[in-house]
Design a protein around this ligand. Structure first.
Ligand SMILES: Cc1ncc(COP(=O)(O)O)c(C=O)c1O
Length: 511
């Protein structure tokens, strides 16, 4: 086949992958591409046509769904014989249709899927709502340049030496002062500095759990980084469903009685991925149940500083009189993710074990970064920075919600979060899945996170997470417009060839 004979029109509204599929279909139907002809590798054809590889993969998938081509394992994609043979391997026939980068092979875990999605989302021209990053626009570059220079001038070699494993004491004091403003009364000695909130969670898990007989309760859906830790540490997760007020505490009691969990992990404020915030009575009920059964809670406060409206709520830690709450926090979402500084406050009797566990992980967190953060907090106006990002993220959230109202199908559902950086959008369960939508959306150069990667139980196939903080407002408007277009297109395909798409969907979900 001469790739040069494939014509694509970049000004057309028809997605590129469908244009490529149309061209190939035409050539197959006219016999220009006879049966058994091997199609070029997706990478090669993509290069020749100057398009994303996923465009070609999707075009081939489209033709395969129509029975016009078939994929032979390890060999390539071929024009189907007159009477199409189905799978060339021992899997159910439908499964061979999904062989592209997003073909959700059984052995793929959510982390790998997310990495693949992030890779596609980083492609030039793609507007991405997929990540978990704060906006680069507001990262305090000059302030940190000044802080690092000050540290090196002031502390010299000390700033580049090993440090106490628990962390730079003045920074721990500073964090204790900040926490006092949240009614969390701890001493500097109670604070362990970690490499981000992620390491704080990892340390708590390592100290409290031992392999697969240890059960950990998580919200369903849950922060993917925590699910990845669970997989890495081979712990058994039990996902407790959420309603609009967060984790369903009446289900929690049954779970505790049946599974005897070692820990309950929750993000009560501006939860990742749903953006939800647990109201006071739900917090009280969670704490009461955990205290009654003596199950520790790990409270993740990553997004606490990012409230745009509504009343500030007390943390579980501030209401904990039995010392069963571990409190993990950091500066990634509110200030800078790149310095990798977080902290963990553990119940008093476990603090020494936490420090020893931290030492086995990375000895200590970068002394230079700790001192730079300390200097930033002493010399710059963190409150003013917070006020700035709160104002800007609120604006971006409002732009996204307004655009979603304009461009998304009527069946789309969401709750406007009072803070944080995510909008969780639920799709019609009878329509295309988020994965199917993703495959179309990426051709429109827009990306998001599919809901099922955040689930310990593999649920939420019809949900997506959109980060509204990272892209600037104009990109949000344009990205949501593109996503709406992709969504309407998928819905139209779905209703035209419902049974065919249903087969594809069940293939994806099976994998
Ligand atoms: C709920 C939650 N906890 C922890 C983290 C990791 O944060 P850090 O960069 O401080 O390690 C994230 C990052 O996305 C998160 O969403």
């Amino acid at each position: 086949m001469a790739a040069s004979s494939i014509k694509i029109n970049r000004d057309s509204d028809r997605p590129l992958y469908l244009q490529v599929a149309d061209e190939l279909r035409g050539q197959i139907e006219t016999g220009a591409l006879p049966a058994e002809t091997r199609l070029p590798a997706s990478r090669t054809l993509a290069k020749k046509l100057g398009v994303n590889r996923i465009t070609i993969v999707n075009a081939y998938s489209e033709l395969e769904a129509e029975g016009l081509v078939l994929t032979k394992v390890g060999s390539g994609t071929y024009v189907a014989p007159a009477k199409p043979a189905l799978a060339a391997d021992d899997r159910p026939p439908e499964l061979s249709r999904w062989r592209g980068p997003l073909a959700l092979r059984r052995q793929w875990n959510a982390g790998q899927m997310m990495q693949e999605m992030m890779r596609l989302a980083r492609h030039p021209g793609v507007i991405s709502f997929a990540g978990g990053a704060p906006a680069s626009d507001f990262l305090p570059v000059n302030e940190f340049r000044r802080a690092i220079n000050d540290v090196l001038r002031r502390d010299g070699a000390e700033a580049l030496q090993y440090e106490e494993a628990a962390g730079y004491y003045p920074l721990r004091e500073k964090i204790a002062d900040m926490l006092a403003r949240r009614n969390i009364n701890v001493r500097a000695e109670d604070i362990l500095i970690t490499a981000g909130c992620q390491q704080a969670a990892d340390i708590a898990l390592r100290v409290l759990t031992r392999g697969s007989e240890s059960v950990l309760v998580v919200e369903d859906p849950c922060y993917l980084g925590l699910l990845n830790l669970i997989t890495a540490r081979q712990i058994t997760p039990i996902g407790v469903p959420m309603d609009e007020y967060g984790l369903l505490t009446d289900r929690l009691e049954q779970v505790i009685l049946r599974h005897r969990p070692r820990l309950i992990y929750v993000t009560p404020s501006f939860h990742n991925p749903t953006g939800l915030t647990m109201p006071l009575d739900r917090r009280q009920s969670l704490l009461e149940i955990a205290t009654r059964y003596g199950v520790p809670i790990l409270e993740d406060s990553s997004y606490v500083g990012l409230r745009y409206e509504g009343k500030t709520l007390p943390s579980l830690k501030s209401m904990d009189h039995e010392d069963i709450v571990f409190y993990a926090g950091g500066f990634s979402k509110t200030l800078v993710p790149g310095i990798r500084i977080g902290y963990l406050i553990a119940p008093a009797i476990l603090q020494e074990r936490m420090i020893a566990t931290k030492q086995t992980a990375d000895i200590l967190t970068s002394p230079l970064n700790q001192r730079a953060l300390y200097t930033y907090l002493c010399t710059e106006d963190f409150d003013a920075h917070l006020a700035l990002v709160q104002r800007e993220y609120k604006l971006r959230r409002d732009v996204m919600v307004a655009a979603a109202e304009r461009y998304f199908p009527d069946s789309a559902r969401w709750r406007v979060p009072e803070g944080g950086i995510y909008l969780w959008v639920e799709m019609d369960p009878g329509g295309p899945t988020a994965t199917e939508l993703y495959l179309t959306a990426i051709n429109y150069n827009v990306a998001f996170s599919i809901g099922s990667v955040f689930s310990a139980s593999g649920s939420f196939a019809h949900a997506m997470r959109l980060n509204f903080a990272t892209p600037p407002p104009d990109d949000i408007e344009e990205g949501i417009r593109r996503l709406g277009k992709a969504w309407h297109e998928r819905l139209a395909q779905h209703s035209v060839s419902g049974s065919q798409l249903r087969r594809q969907r069940s293939a994806i979900e099976f994998l």
